[in-house]
Design a protein around this ligand. Structure first.
Ligand code: IVH
Length: 681
């Protein structure tokens, strides 16, 4: 897309700029205030570029409220001060129901009211308080709360926040108006921001509030412009004109002027309605798209507010009913290695129990050793714990001042705390893993399921529910135990009838006759997938030479690099694993020796593509048989393809084969090629 030409005259440019500003502003408003875009990002960018070009050519046409000013300005050396015309006060807190009942009673007493007071309930957003000054409808100054009277001038930064109108919408706007509200980063924006920072190797923000604070404190507003800040208004400070007689009415005006007013805000009659509103919001806390730390209740009637007045620090007409905090401090009693279903060992902090967000927490994950070292958490440390939503509690910081003098960093154990096998961290990997995959009780269910899976020993009827029961009743501790299962035991499991028990026993019997690649794959060695298993089998021919192979010998195998070789060697060096392999052999699990290397095999070096449905075998079986004879099966047809095997309703691959003149085989021809010969498997 080429940018439109510049207008011919200054006059035309001025009119075009005016129209563009209106347009951009409108789309901005739809997107950032109502989450309801009407044009694509590309179209929006193109309008913006056109306006920028005009302003660059006629700099005197640039206005303070131009949307181009949202990209940020050159860095300031420090923030100057702003004085708030009306102080930015704080709020009194309520921590329990009784506090709210008392608040309501005081108000009724002071106002000499018998009936219910009308309140407005608002989520208390956990961000930063900001005051925006508008003169003749144009944003002229923005300040932080500071000490309530004097704050820092963050005008350049607030101009970059898209939900802040640079000019109030509508015709009737006060000459002077201070708009008050909270700057936040919404949860999904926060996660996106942290992901970006992770990618750029920058320090992660502990929570959305810190991220918002850090973003507003930028001296370089171009940086602020890159942060996903949102401004929610919750009221006004000074206004040159009266704004009606209710707070709800003021919020309606603010919405008309183009501000984002929280959609959860509700009018409530009487304190019981306030309590219900609070309970409901606490319940929905996790599904809101921003963090809240309380609910604010405000007397709706502005005249009544006047009568109630202020204490030195807070209005008498409002109260913040706090939510259970999501962060708390506590002590790390110990760090424990926790072995997961896949053998990954995670350091977990065992905490002195503490209430976080309404739940007692006594454990927090430290994710992995890199994370643990980065945070430098040690046993005995005093730490901040955070619980956001349903996620596992996390340690967000350590209080180093309170660290015991004899504290030492925690080290990962060298043997698995569950089964005593070796613990290994492969080069280039983050996780430490228990190498006793076949014996470790923490990994049993996963190991048995993998061993029985379709591409491994393919034991029909051995699903998750059955394996779970077998493992939980300790009938199966390793895959080898499967083969000593007997009919009455199996039939006694939940969801097992006589018939399905018969079938399972038969399937187990049949599964003993397997292939070396399937067996190797089924062992669940880290980094040994089907292809590697196949290569190992081709290279060594049988299991025993693999058991004996050194890492140097293993890297001779195609597709096996040093990390994979290390993983294989350590797996087979583990005596527990060898015991299980022996037990499997004793149970009658066997496979034919793999004859010859790939290139000497009958189909050595030949590549096949399978398409359509075959009648006498599945595609997986065909693949296995072709590979067993040294052939290769790939997914797409190219000039290098030797044969395309076309079954029923073959599609575009067949067309491609024809256009490239690749020989096409039907099922019969394939069977002949596999030719009565037993495949290597
Ligand atoms: S009203 C005089 N409403 O909470 C009334 N404050 O603890 C002043 N806050 O500094 C504030 N959401 O930063 C009000 N809906 C809301 C709020 C809210 C968050 C913050 C605000 C204020 C602090 C007071």
């Amino acid at each position: 897309m080429t940018d439109p030409a510049l207008p011919a005259t200054r006059d035309q440019a001025s009119r075009r700029a005016e129209a563009l500003r209106k347009d951009i502003d409108h789309h901005n408003y739809r997107y950032y205030v109502h989450d309801d875009p009407a044009i694509s990002d590309a179209e929006y960018d193109s309008l913006m570029r056109e306006l920028q070009a005009i302003e660059a050519h006629w700099p005197d046409l640039l206005t303070r409220d131009s949307p181009t000013q949202r990209v940020g300005a050159a860095p300031a050396s420090q923030f100057s001060q702003v004085r708030h015309a009306l102080p930015m006060l704080s709020l009194d807190n309520a921590f329990e129901e009784q506090d709210l009942l008392d608040f309501d009673r005081r108000i009724r007493e002071r106002l000499a009211l018998n009936g219910d007071v009308d309140y407005v309930g608002e989520p208390k957003l956990d961000g930063l308080s900001v005051s925006l000054r508008y003169e003749d409808g144009v944003l002229v100054e923005a300040g932080t709360r500071g000490d309530g009277r004097v704050g820092e001038d963050i005008t350049a930064n607030m101009r970059t926040v898209r939900s802040v109108p640079l000019r109030l919408r509508g015709e009737r706007v006060p000459r002077r108006l201070d708009v008050r509200g909270e700057v936040v980063i919404r949860k999904q924006d926060f996660e996106h921001l942290n992901r970006q920072r992770l990618g750029a190797d920058q320090k992660l923000f502990a929570n959305p509030r810190n991220a918002a604070a850090g973003s507003l404190r930028q001296l370089d507003s171009r940086e602020t412009a890159r942060r996903p800040l949102t401004f929610f208004t919750f009221g006004v400070g000074e206004s040159s004109e009266p704004l009606g007689n209710s707070h709800a009415g003021v919020l309606d005006l603010l919405a008309e002027w183009g501000f984002r007013v929280n959609a959860e805000i509700g009018r409530l009659s009487g304190v019981e309605a306030c309590l219900a509103y609070y309970r409901e919001l606490v319940e929905r806390r996790d599904s809101l798209d921003y963090e809240i730390d309380g609910v604010v209740f405000k007397v709706d009637d502005l005249e009544a507010r006047e009568a109630l007045g202020f204490t030195s620090r807070a209005p008498r007409w409002a109260i913040a009913y706090k939510l259970p905090a999501r962060e708390a401090t506590t002590r790390v009693r110990a760090i424990l290695p926790s072995v997961g279903r896949t053998g990954v060992i995670t350091p977990v902090a065992d905490l002195h129990p503490v209430e976080v967000g309404g739940v007692i927490v006594s454990r927090a994950t430290l994710h992995n050793m890199d994370e643990l070292r980065r945070k430098d958490v040690r046993p005995g440390d005093q730490v901040m714990v955070r619980r956001a939503g349903d996620v596992i509690p996390e340690i967000t910081g350590v209080n180093l001042e309170l660290r015991p003098e004899d504290s030492v960093p925690w080290e990962m154990p060298t043997t698995c705390p569950v089964c005593g096998s070796e613990v290994l961290r492969l080069e280039d990997e983050v996780d430490y893993r228990c190498q006793g995959g076949l014996v470790c009780s923490a990994q049993r269910i996963g190991a048995v399921l993998h061993f029985a899976s379709r591409r491994a020993l393919d034991i029909d009827g051995l699903g998750e529910k059955i394996v779970e029961q077998l493992v939980e009743r300790e009938l199966v501790k390793t895959p080898a135990d499967l083969f000593s299962l007997e009919h009455p035991t199996v039939a006694g499991l939940d969801r097992m009838g006589d018939k399905s028990a018969d079938n399972l026993i038969a399937a187990l019997k049949q599964a003993r006759e397997t292939t070396l690649p399937r067996f190797l794959y089924g062992l669940g060695i880290q980094h040994v997938g089907e292809v590697t298993a196949q290569r190992l089998a081709e290279h060594f021919g049988d299991l025993d030479p693999i058991l004996r192979a050194s890492e140097d010998e293993l890297v001779q195998v195609p597709d096996v690099g040093p990390v994979v070789a290390q993983s294989i060697a350590h797996f087979f060096a583990e005596p527990h694993n060898r015991d299980v392999i022996q037990a499997l052999r004793d149970a009658g699990v066997r496979w034919p020796v793999v004859q010859g290397r790939r290139d000497e095999a009958p189909l050595g070096g030949k590549s096949f593509v399978l398409t359509g449905t075959l009648e006498t075998m599945t595609r997986d079986e065909a693949k296995e048989r072709i590979e067993g004879l040294g052939g290769k099966v790939t997914g797409s047809v190219s000039r290098k393809t030797d044969y395309v095997v076309a079954g029923e309703s073959a599609g575009s691959k067949l067309d491609k084969a024809r256009s490239l003149e690749v020989p096409v085989l039907d099922e019969q021809a394939l069977i002949e090629m596999l030719g009565g010969q037993e495949s290597a498997s």
